[in-house]
Each structure stands twice: as C-alpha cells, then as structure tokens.
Design a protein around this ligand. Structure first.
Ligand code: GSH
Length: 259
C-alpha cells in the first residue's frame, strides 16, 4: 500500500489526498517530524524535507504535482484530467496559479495570525493585502468556472482538487468567495464530497494546540521554510522585517541545499 508523508493542514498534501480518495486508492499516512530531519525514509523520499512525499514500494515521489501525475499514470481510472489537450492545459494552469500564487497568500495569513509573525498595524496591513489578493485570484477562478459545472469541466477532477485547498483555506480564514458567485456554489459542492469532508476534518483536528505556536517560533524551536513564492509574498507585501527577524532569530529556513 502506498505511504503518504503528510501534514493534514498542508494544501499540497490535501491535493494528493483528494486524488487518492477520488481514485479509490488505499493508502497509509505518516506525519514526519520535519524539525528533526523527518527520519531516514522520509529524507530519502524528499531531500527537500517537504511534505507531501509518496513511497510506493521502491518508488519514491516528491512534489504534489509530480505525485498527481504518478497517480494518474499508475491508476488512470477514474481520470482526474479532462480528455482534451486544451482542457488539460487549462486545469494545469489553475493548479499552477493555486500552488504558486494563491497558496502563498494563505500561508502568509497563517504566518501572521497563527504563528504570530506580526502584530498591530503591520499585521492589519498584511491581512488587508492578503484579502485584496484573494479577491483577485477568486475572480480569476470565477471566470474559469463560467459555463462549467466544475473547474475541471464536466466532471470533478484535477482543476478542482488543486483549487479546493486554497479556496477553502481562504474562506476558513475569513475571505470566502463573493456572495452569490459561482465559486461560492462550487465551494459548497466540493465541500459536500466525502473526500473533501475527510480532508477538512483531518485539517481541523490537526489544529489542536496551535495556540502554543507563537512561543515555539519565538524560542526558535519551530523553524518554518521561507521559499519561492512564500518568500516573495513577504517581500512584496511589506513584510521584509519579518524575514529579517526570522533570519536573525533563526526561526525561518530556506530550501535545503542538495548534496
Ligand atoms: N512544491 C511542493 C511544495 C511542498 C511544500 O512546500 N510543503 C510544505 C508544507 S505546506 C513543507 O513541507 N514545508 C517544510 C517546512 O516548512 O519546513 C509541492 O507541491 O509538494
């Protein structure tokens, strides 16, 4: 049985779990202790020390997009990608936007509100910036939904399972799709699916005890990875000081250098 290294709150993990469940693939899960290296099997499966990572017999795959492609290749039924090349490209672009743009906004909201990286006026400014950006990207998804039942097209699939973790997290954080929008109705329909119900329940359960996170960050016991689009979000949205503080307190890290 494939094993998924995960954390229930990770949107990248949620994409993969949705695909596994929608395809009816039995899998087991393990939450690696990334702060202490995650263990030998996890580190071998993903030298970047990021979740998700999939171990399927002697095959190891990291990165949620590559894992989705592996699942589609190995278990093609039911297909998560639409049939036509143009539609496949369209839903992959939805995934790209959600992975590299939308996700960074939600992540920043957690950094500010849950991990306590900013307070007072700076926190208010950053949350307001995030809200504006979410409204913009939700507008883009709304246009993608025009004339379609699902972001994927006629059937639920890759476009939906890629967008759901981002749209849902934004909504949970107080920035839902516009009232009366097609995206609002889409979110409700995805939330009703058994796969999404399981993903949401696990995410909610995993947040128990999160009130201690600011102290763990402040004491340097919890180190967060600032990479790629997440780091860019901080720099361009007015949070350069958070990055500099994190570097001096050593409670942020950049991507692992490979050897
Ligand atoms: N491009 C990767 C990104 C994975 C990623 O960034 N995962 C985060 C969790 S959401 C992680 O494991 N971060 C490690 C850390 O914060 O130390 C993917 O699509 O799987």
């Amino acid at each position: 049985m494939p094993k998924l290294y995960e954390h229930p709150l990770s949107p990248y993990v949620q994409k993969v779990k949705l695909a596994l469940m929608e395809k009816g693939i039995a899998f087991e899960t393990e939450i690696p202790d990334i702060l202490s290296g995650g263990g030998a099997e996890f580190a071998a499966a993903n030298p970047r020390l990021e979740i998700p990572a999939l171990v399927d017999g002697d095959v190891t795959v990291f990165d949620s997009t590559i894992i989705l492609e592996y699942l589609e290749d190995k278990w093609p039924q039911p297909p998560m990608l639409p049939p036509s090349p143009a539609e496949r490209a369209r839903v992959r672009m939805i995934e790209e936007i959600c992975d590299t743009y939308y996700e960074a906004i939600n992540w920043a909201l957690y950094e500010v509100r849950v991990f306590g990286r900013a307070t007072g006026a700076l926190a208010e400014t950053l949350v307001a910036r995030a809200g504006e950006q979410i409204a913009g990207v939700n507008g883009r998804l709304e246009r993608d939904l025009a004339g379609r039942a699902w972001l994927n097209g006629a059937a639920f699939g890759w476009g939906d399972l890629s967008a759901f973790p981002a749209v849902n997290a934004a909504a949970v954080n107080g920035f839902p799709p516009a009232a009366g929008s097609a995206l609002e109705r889409w979110l409700e329909r995805v939330r009703a699916r058994p796969s999404a119900q399981k993903v949401m329940a696990a995410a909610a359960e995993s947040m128990a005890g999160f009130d201690t996170l600011p102290q763990l960050i402040e004491s340097g016991h919890f180190v967060r990875e600032y990479r790629d689009h997440r780091l860019e979000w901080m720099m361009r949205s007015g949070a350069t000081q958070i990055v500099l503080d994190g570097m001096s307190k050593r409670n942020i890290r950049f991507s692992v250098e490979l050897s």
